[in-house]
Design a protein around this ligand. Structure first.
Ligand code: NI
Ligand code: MN
Length: 225
């Protein structure tokens, strides 16, 4: 399967003819100015939590594509109140078999509210079971002991925040790799804002020293997983 980075924490995953888009924050991100939001036509949009830097382009892309939004129940309700009925609400610990594979919503240690101040429920991460592989998308999170619950999932890949300040930084993300027992990592949630700017070569060296395969794709770049 293929993943394409759209900047910040936004990735598209293509699997079995379906496109899954995570946390679209593209049009307000100057680093992603070459990505045309109106060209994105996902089948599903997965939302980790309600902060603006994860949902800025959600309504535009959903309206363009008719995609089903997979998110926590409170965000599904918020979308419903805005007239977006194609939302599949879940909650922490629950899994569901979609037509592309299974998604389990897992704990993330962060905060969440909607841009208009509405309650956004709990922030979340996702474990995806697709094409015989297991992929963890952590969302915005601190390092948390609950990550150890994923240790025996035998994860193939994990998308982890590494930018510090709002989420865990590189050192904690390296500990997270140990907790979740996964050595193939795609870094996210860095460089977008001044407070989360990282030195990519220093961070890459730290992961390499820990024996972890860290990918930091360019915006617009695709990787096969
Ligand atoms: Ni956040
Ligand atoms: Mn964020």
């Amino acid at each position: 399967m293929k993943t394409t980075f759209y900047g910040h924490a936004s990735f598209e995953l293509e699997t079995g003819g379906k496109k899954l888009l995570f946390d679209p924050f593209i049009s307000p991100n100057p680093l992603a100015k070459n990505i045309d939001v109106n060209s994105l036509k996902p089948d599903y949009i997965l939302i980790s939590h309600g902060h603006g830097d994860h949902i800025a382009d959600l309504e535009t892309i959903q309206k363009n594509s008719g995609a089903t939004v997979i998110c926590i129940a409170e965000i599904a309700e918020w979308l419903g109140n805005k007239g977006i009925k194609e939302a599949h609400g879940m909650n922490i610990g629950g899994g569901y078999n979609f037509d592309f594979g299974r998604v389990k919503m897992v704990y993330a240690l962060h905060s969440s509210s909607m841009p208009d101040g509405s309650y956004g429920g709990t922030p979340a991460g996702f474990v995806l079971y697709i094409e015989g592989k297991k992929i963890y998308y952590a969302g915005d999170t601190a390092l948390t002991l609950d990550m150890k619950l994923l240790a025996d999932e035998d994860l193939d890949w994990a998308f982890l925040p590494i930018g510090d300040n709002y989420t865990m930084g590189a050192e904690d993300a390296i500990k997270a790799c140990e907790f979740i027992n996964c050595k193939n990592i795609i870094g996210m949630h860095y460089d977008t804002f001044p407070v989360i700017k990282i030195n990519k070569s220093e961070v890459a060296a730290k992961f390499a020293k820990a024996g972890i395969n860290l990918k930091l794709p360019e915006i617009g770049e695709s990787l096969s997983l």
